[in-house]
Structure formats: C-alpha cells, structure tokens
Design a binder for this molecule. Structure first.
Ligand SMILES: [Zn+2]
Length: 390
C-alpha cells in the first residue's frame, strides 16, 4: 500500500457513487496512505507536500468501478477463451475491484468436498497475494455440492473464504438444500450468490424464481440471465418477493436487465441494483463491460447517468461490504477519471452517456497509486488528466 500523499484537483464533475447525493460540490480530493482523507474546494484543503499531484483538467472523477460477477481462475489468465491479461484489460475499462462468482473454469475443477474447499482456499490466497494490474480481486468462491455439512462452511470461513460461488452451478439445485447451505454460509460470514435463469453452457441447469426465493442467497446473481433470462413475470416476483441484491450483468439478456432495473426503481429500491459482467464466459472477455452496462441502462432505461454510476460503485460496495466504491473520507482511494469521448454527439460527459456513448478514460487510481494513464481500450477522451509532479 502507498504511504504517499496524492492530490487530485481541477475535477470538473465529482460523482460520489452514493444514491443519496450522486454529485458532490467539490473539485479536489486529498489521499493519504491510500485512503481518501479530504474532499472539497482546493482553496480550503491542505494540498502541500503531496508526492503526486494530478490535474484532472476539468473532467469527471468517479469511484473505481466494481465488477460484481467474474469467473477468474489463476493469475491473469482465463482458459474459457484462452486469454492472458484480461484483468489488466478491465483496469483499462475503469474496473478497480472484482468479485468472483466461482472459479468454475478451472480445468479439471474438483467436485469432491476436500478438493472444492482446497481450490477455494487456493484462489482466495493467490488473489490476495496478486493484484493483476493493481485490480483487487476478491476470489475463493466454492461451488457447493450436496454432501457438504455445516462443518465445511465453518472450515472455509476459518481459512479466509468469504464468498460462495454461484449456487446452482454445482450439484445443489433444489431450493430447500440450497437454503440450508446458504444459511450455514451466512452464519459463518460467507456471502452467497445464486445463478438465476436458464443454463449458461451445456451441463449447467435452470434455476427458476421459486428456487431463487427459497434459497435466499445474498445476491440474486444475474437476475437478467446468464444469458437465458427467466420470464419477466418471474423477474418481477424476485424483485417483489425479497430484499436481496439485484445483479444485472453484461453477459445477460438486456431486455430483462432493463425490466429488472425499472422494477427495482418502481419499488423505490434502487439501492439493490448492482452491476457485473459475468465474464469471462461464452460471450468472451469484456474490458468495457461495466461501462457498456452503464451506458445501456442510462440511455435505453432513461435513468440519469450519475444514478447509474452508483449501481457500479457505491451500491455494490454497500451490498458487498467493501471499503471502496464511494467518494467518502476513510474509503479506499480508487478512482476513474473520464471525459466525453472525442466526437461524441453528447454536449458534455453526462449527456454523452445519456446518448448511449462510452466515456474515454484518462486515468485509473487504486489505493492512491496511478495504475493506468490513458486507457488503451476506451475511445479517446476529449481532455486528459495529467500528472503535475511525482
Ligand atoms: Zn451463472
């Protein structure tokens, strides 16, 4: 972790990630020891003795994006489409934190209980020790099988496992069995996600609304399908029938994503909406997947862009109890600095997203350390943040 002082000033638009106040009246952020120390107007803040000063050039700063649903395996390699450096590519799409929904693509993945526990602990350890590109990847998400008993969840928790892989990808597909194991997991502080909808690939199965509601996992994983979505009336039942997180993914059904978002907002529960990619998968690796979701939901769903950015940042941080995702004193200094893409029809940054364009990223900062300058993956930003001194 950094022990430096970093200042970002000349921020034209500061997105907070918090639904209750998505835009902050401030132009400067002071970071110390990797954490946000102060937010405000430059003239009122102590910006002296900073090792790194970033001029945001009047552009937009938001919390680093969180991908709530990825399937990592080992290091920065995915066997699903056999690509290297996929996580580093997502960094170039503004993603600073990822959550594993199961290391299911591991070649020869063990399904016996000792083996699946060992794999989860290995993944938790390897990604704790390694941050590809600087990205924080919370991994070690075992896929539960029928023979598991309460002691197994206790063992996993004591070994540092904090997540369950998507319930339904293993042998546990009945609502009552899943409910028992999800409850055991919760008892030991392990957060759960359930697969929702039709099979993803040959060999996986259907999980319908009744099973999702009975299982009662913390996150309704890809409520818009991965890719095959449930009928919309079942998606409505899920939104109305529980208070769990509503996860919308890039590798899902876009119509169903828009429906689930509108239904959550109708219910006055926008804080439940979180975004993921569900990648790597059959649909591939999507470095810009979270940005594409933001732009799609904003433009087609007719929701203000500063609100949709909260779905990809503060909502996920709160639902998943992460120390990032919000521009707030004490939070991890994870930022993405963006501007309207060159030649967008939008009149400014927010209008360009409303019109369906992607933004251009000029810098990504994680724990107060610059991890990426001008993105190699987004369209070029009109104005670029610059480092003044380091
Ligand atoms: Zn799934």
């Amino acid at each position: 972790m950094s022990t430096e002082k970093l200042v970002v000033h000349n921020i034209g638009l500061l997105l907070s990630g918090a639904l209750e106040q998505p835009i902050l009246d401030a132009d400067t952020i002071v970071v110390e020891d990797g954490r946000i120390n102060a937010i405000g107007r430059k003239d009122n803040l102590d910006i002296d003795n900073a090792q790194v000063v970033v001029d945001a050039a009047g552009t937009t700063l938001a919390p680093g994006l969180i991908d709530s649903h990825v399937h990592p395996v080992m290091g920065d390699w995915t066997p699903r489409q056999n690509q290297f450096n996929w996580i580093d590519s997502y960094l170039n799409g503004g993603v600073t934190t990822m959550i594993s929904a199961g290391e299911v693509h591991t070649p020869g993945r063990p399904k016996d209980i000792v083996g699946l526990k060992a794999l989860a602990i290995t993944a938790q350890r390897t990604f704790s020790n390694l941050r590809p590109g600087g990205v924080k990847l919370h991994a070690g998400a075992p896929v539960i099988e029928k023979e598991m008993v309460e002691e197994d969840f206790k063992d996993l928790a004591e070994a540092g496992v904090k997540l369950l892989g998507e319930v339904g990808l293993g042998g546990v597909k009945q609502g009552d069995e899943a409910r028992q194991m999800v409850a055991w997991a919760r008892k030991y502080g392990i957060q759960s996600t359930i697969h929702t909808g039709g099979p993803s690939i040959p060999g996986s199965g259907l999980i319908d609304a009744d099973v999702v509601l009975e299982a009662d996992a913390d996150v309704i994983g890809h409520i818009n399908g991965g890719h095959t979505a449930l009928p919309l009336d079942q998606i409505r039942c899920l939104c109305e029938g529980c208070s769990r997180s509503v996860e919308l993914v890039h590798n899902g059904n876009e119509l169903a994503a828009l429906f689930a978002m509108r239904t959550s907002i109708e219910l006055n529960q926008p804080e439940r909406i979180i975004l993921g990619t569900d990648s790597p998968a059959g649909s591939g690796v999507q470095p810009l997947g979270i940005l594409r979701m933001i732009s799609m939901l904003c433009s087609l769903g007719e929701i203000d862009p500063e609100i949709v950015f909260c779905f990809a940042t503060g909502n996920t941080a709160r639902q998943r109890e992460l120390d990032c995702g919000l521009i707030e004193k004490g939070r991890a200094a994870d930022f993405v600095i963006m501007d309207r893409a060159q030649h967008s029809a939008g009149s400014n940054f927010l209008d360009s997203i409303t019109k369906g364009d992607l933004p251009g990223i000029s810098m990504v900062i994680i724990d107060g350390v610059i991890r990426c300058r001008r993105s190699r993956n987004t369209p070029p930003a009109e104005r670029l943040a610059l480092v003044e001194s380091e």
